[in-house]
Design a protein around this ligand. Structure first.
Ligand code: ADP
Length: 476
């Protein structure tokens, strides 16, 4: 059986209050009883000492003949409720007041002081008895105090505690139930509002009371989390919409080409052209799907990036033949300027080659036939990297701001759909970010573009920085 937090809090509270009240009650009860007993015992001790001294005094002044009368006078001086009996060793009573006759006589052994609680009917007495040797006489002195009133008092106290403890616990239970209800009310509100939030209304947020207490901070944290989820959801929705939009054109082109071909298969020239167009479009789609997959993986951070310390120049050497043959297709002069220094990078080789190829690919694509492209590697104090410069069509300052957005392409009329999908630079940016690097653009319309990619030097980075970078990759 599971109880709600409210019921559990109430039960805990009631149990704690019950234990505290019980402890306090027991403290008061036993404390009071002990104090009363101590006061009575002190009175009895002083009483028995007083009687013994009185007897000795009587012996000293030779007045032992009329002891009964003398002791009666002495007893008149005692406070109310306190009385004594004096007997001889043979049990014969020397003196006892009427009230003392109901108190049972006691028989302590010699040298022993006997303490007794004596109950006679409804009355309670506390008594002390002891043998006293006075000259040649041996007396048994017994002093008693009437404790009936005190016994009643402690009995009343016990009854009072017996009733007040459960009553206090019950009241504490009600109070606890009410207090936990008040304390948990904001949680009910949070639960209600959170339940009403789904993909359709991700803009709804939990109300903040401005109290800055634990629950207000929890609401704030949930709101921030919802902000992040909404942003991610928005990005995914936008990405899906853009991806389907981008795929619609090539699919439509393939379809119309296929329909045209089916209408008339006799014209060999047209058939060849149509099939070539279909092939071009399907190649474009394959590239696009590949890019989309790369971006999706980067977004998920599937951990497939092995980071290592390596030479950037080696990666440049690897892509150089592909870059040169790509440039040759447009009769573009491609030069590689290396300062022959070691370029240590802590990163992923394949990712670096991908970055290089994206920039080379763009430079070739947006440079006129017969143009010029330079790839320059460099090394600085804390960074190293490469710059790729072309004398192509250039990018306006306005467009430079959006360059790294997914599917962003500068004015389609100026940059016809020639295999580019608008994903290259956004992939490059994500990969450079993973290496804690930066990209700088310098471009003028009609004069060309230069991209400078700077990466932290792998030999300078401390182990903690490398660990940080690995952790960042694991969290992307
Ligand atoms: P795409 O696949 O279309 O090339 P990118 O993300 O690589 O997509 O580039 C985005 C846009 O930036 C391109 O469509 C192009 O208009 C512009 N661009 C990129 N590189 C260059 C460059 N070197 N010169 C001129 N424009 C460029």
């Amino acid at each position: 059986m599971t109880f709600s937090i409210r019921v559990r809090l109430t039960l805990w509270y009631a149990v704690v209050v019950f234990l505290i009240v019980i402890l306090m009650g027991m403290g008061v009860f036993f404390g009071a009883s002990w104090d009363l007993r101590r006061a009575a015992d002190m009175e009895l001790t002083s009483g028995i000492d007083g009687v013994a001294t009185f007897l000795r005094h009587k012996l000293d002044i030779h007045e032992m003949n009329n002891l009964n009368e003398e002791l009666r006078e002495h007893s008149a001086l005692l406070p109310r409720g306190k009385m004594f009996r004096v007997s001889h060793a043979d049990g014969s009573v020397v003196y006892q007041p009427d009230a003392m006759s109901i108190v049972t006589p006691s028989q302590p052994s010699s040298n022993q002081t006997l303490w007794q609680n004596i109950r006679v009917g409804h009355r309670s007495f506390r008594s002390i008895s002891r043998w006293a040797t006075v000259g040649s006489y041996i007396f048994l002195i017994q002093v008693a105090v009437d404790q009936t009133e005190y016994a009643e008092l402690t009995k009343h106290l016990a009854w009072l505690l017996l009733f007040t403890i459960p009553a206090t616990t019950l009241l504490a239970g009600f109070g606890g139930y009410w207090m936990s209800g008040r304390a948990l009310a904001p949680i009910h509100q949070i639960t209600k509002t959170t339940n009403s939030i789904d993909a359709e209304n991700l803009t709804r947020r939990l109300p903040l009371l401005g109290t800055n207490d634990e629950l207000d901070r929890l609401s704030k944290t949930i709101n921030l989390m919802l902000d992040r989820i909404a942003a991610a959801y928005e990005r995914i929705a936008q990405f899906t919409a853009d991806a389907s939009h981008e795929l619609r054109t090539p699919v439509a082109l393939i379809r119309s080409n296929a329909e045209l071909l089916l209408m008339d298969l006799s014209d060999k020239q047209r058939t060849r052209q149509g099939l070539a167009d279909i092939l071009g479009e399907s190649e474009y789609m394959a590239r696009l799907i590949g890019d989309l997959l790369t971006l999706a993986r980067l977004g998920q951070g599937d951990g497939s990036f092995n980071m290592e310390l390596f030479e950037l120049a080696e990666s440049i050497d690897t892509i150089l033949p592909r870059a040169q043959s790509l440039a040759a297709t447009k009769n573009i002069a491609f030069e590689y300027i290396s300062d022959n220094h070691v370029l240590p990078v802590f990163g992923n080789r394949a990712a670096l080659e991908r970055i290089l190829m994206i920039f080379v690919d763009n430079a070739v694509r947006y440079t006129h036939v017969g143009g010029q492209i330079s790839l320059i590697s460099w090394v600085g104090d804390a960074h190293c990297g490469f710059t790729i410069r072309d004398n192509g069509i250039g990018i306006s300052p306005n467009d430079q701001e959006h360059l790294f957005e997914r599917f962003f392409r500068v004015d389609i009329a100026r940059t016809p759909r020639d295999g580019g999908s608008g994903l290259g630079l956004s992939i490059a940016k994500s990969l450079v970010d993973l290496h804690a690097g930066t990209i700088k653009i310098d471009s003028d319309i009609g004069r060309g573009t230069s991209f400078e990619i700077a990466l932290p030097r792998g030999d300078m980075a401390s182990q903690s920085l490398k660990d940080e970078r690995l952790a960042a990759i694991a969290h992307t």
